[in-house]
Design a protein. Structure first.
Length: 234
């Protein structure tokens, strides 16, 4: 037999004998991995922590409060309008006093008792239904040097007395040196911050229309001093 014939006999349909499968092939055996109790416990702890975090977040969202905010500058004594105010939903601390959004209509039409800045919450004490300058009153601006400014903060509505102090070496005609100085009752409407460089504070004081010109003359002469009145205003 020729070598060519032997090659043909050694194959079937041209496929070598060594390439044939002798039977079904068993799948590879995969050894079972040993489970680690510590890893399982850690996984469960992480899942629990994640669930607790989600629960806290949901509680915070659920306890947000709608409050009134200031959306543009409002000067002292200015009447509030709806355009001056907005609403925001925040997680409000019980210690913070803020006007609730449902009470917005109750503050519209009132006057700002203090200067209001955009982005701040509106507190009930920052508005008043009373005009800061009433009928029959005049507004007198008074410049106070740093040494004349009281340590107690000057706030709108605070009652003060304007005291006339004659210039050194001078006395009013008909007045003796031991006579009490003249005073004018007033009420703070607004107090500015200290001016850069000079530290001068400008205080707007409301006085009666009859006393306004006198107080203005004292200011011009540099003979006016401002003192705080008693807490009861008397």
């Amino acid at each position: 037999m020729s070598k060519t014939q032997e090659r043909v006999d050694a194959s079937s349909n041209g496929v070598p004998q060594q390439g044939r499968l002798s039977g079904p092939v068993a799948p590879p055996r995969v050894s079972a991995r040993r489970r680690r109790p510590g890893v399982i416990a850690l996984s469960l702890a992480l899942i629990a922590a994640g669930g607790a975090g989600v629960a806290v977040l949901l509680l915070q969202v659920g306890h947000r409060t709608e409050v009134v905010t200031v959306v543009r500058d409002v000067q002292v004594g200015q009447v509030l309008t709806e355009d001056d105010l907005g609403k925001a939903s925040i997680a409000l601390d019980p210690a913070v006093k803020a006007v609730r959004a449902g009470d917005l209509d109750s503050v519209v039409g009132k006057r700002a008792a203090v200067e209001l800045k955009p982005g701040s919450l509106l507190a009930p004490s920052q508005v008043t239904k009373d005009s800061l300058v009433k009928a029959g009153e005049q507004l007198v601006p008074i410049g106070l040097k740093p040494e004349q400014v009281p340590a107690t903060a000057l706030v709108p509505g605070q009652k003060v007395e304007l005291v006339h102090v004659p210039a050194q070496g001078q006395e009013e005609a008909g007045k003796t040196s031991d006579a009490p100085p003249r005073t004018i009752k007033g009420r703070v409407v607004k107090a500015s911050g200290a001016a850069p460089g000079t530290g001068v504070v400008v205080v707007d004081v409301a006085t009666s229309a009859a006393d306004g010109p006198t107080a203005a003359a004292w200011v011009a002469a540099g003979t006016l001093r401002l003192v705080l009145a008693a807490p009861d205003g008397e």
